[in-house]
Design a protein around this ligand. Sequence first.
Ligand SMILES: CC(C)(COP(=O)(O)OP(=O)(O)OC[C@H]1O[C@@H](n2cnc3c(N)ncnc32)[C@H](O)[C@@H]1O)[C@@H](O)C(=O)NCCC(=O)NCCS
Ligand SMILES: Nc1ncnc2c1ncn2[C@@H]1O[C@H](COP(=O)(O)OP(=O)(O)OP(=O)(O)O)[C@@H](O)[C@H]1O
Length: 200
Amino acid sequence: MLQIGITGGIGSGKSVVCRLFQTLGVPVYDSDARAKWVMAHNPQLRDELRATFGPETFDAQGLLNRTYLAQVAFPDPVHLARLNALVHPHVGQDFAGWAAARRTEGHTYVLKEAALLYESGAYRQLDRIITVFAPLEIRQARVLRRDPHRTPDDIQNIMGKQLSEEEKRQRANYVLLNDDQHLLIPQVLELDQAFCRLAG
Ligand SMILES: CC(C)(COP(=O)(O)OP(=O)(O)OC[C@H]1O[C@@H](n2cnc3c(N)ncnc32)[C@H](O)[C@@H]1O)[C@@H](O)C(=O)NCCC(=O)NCCS
Ligand SMILES: Nc1ncnc2c1ncn2[C@@H]1O[C@H](COP(=O)(O)OP(=O)(O)OP(=O)(O)O)[C@@H](O)[C@H]1O
């Protein structure tokens, strides 16, 4: 079973592309969502997060306070590096378990969706990488529509914490254009066929 990574900067359209692959029956691992799940449910990680970022990390109901954590971590490289160092190994383990279960189900390939595939080192465990590309202005406009609580400055700041699109494009095996000029579905079908051929 092939393990394919899919990355791209904030607002590039990774989740939209993954939904198209899911309609073809391809299992998709959503690293952002799973990161939040392990942060909420792994007792050791919860303790480490609370010790590092303070009691506000979880609210009165014990739920992860994402707004607080985003405000603390995104503007400060030291805090963000700490958060990444705490969370990413758990996501790596969680993915390994998830992929093993998909393998027993007999899938040809699976996708791992993550904004930080290169930054986290996760790309090393993957057979091929797709980068979803969209120009910066389009990504910013999409995120402002999707996340009304974020300002243009917040988005710029998050973009600054991610590898440049140019570098992601250069390092990827496949680039999928989601720039309002190219149709997505034909590109997804072409990649699906390529992965099926590759898996033999
Ligand atoms: C700080 C948190 C709680 C903020 O949650 P919130 O719902 O406000 O934002 P969301 O998760 O939707 O992220 C917003 C954008 O920032 C990107 N992003 C998330 N974490 C990071 C990070 N560590 N570095 C750079 N960009 C990031 C996302 O991919 C997305 O494009 C959350 O982003 C988080 O837990 N991040 C650490 C885990 C992580 O690295 N996840 C990404 C891949 S595993
Ligand atoms: N081709 C498109 N046409 C119109 N809207 C789009 C298109 N692609 C993405 N969008 C919209 O743009 C927003 C960002 O897309 P999406 O959530 O898939 O990005 P993402 O790369 O997963 O972002 P993040 O890294 O922030 O999770 C969403 O609201 C989505 O519906």
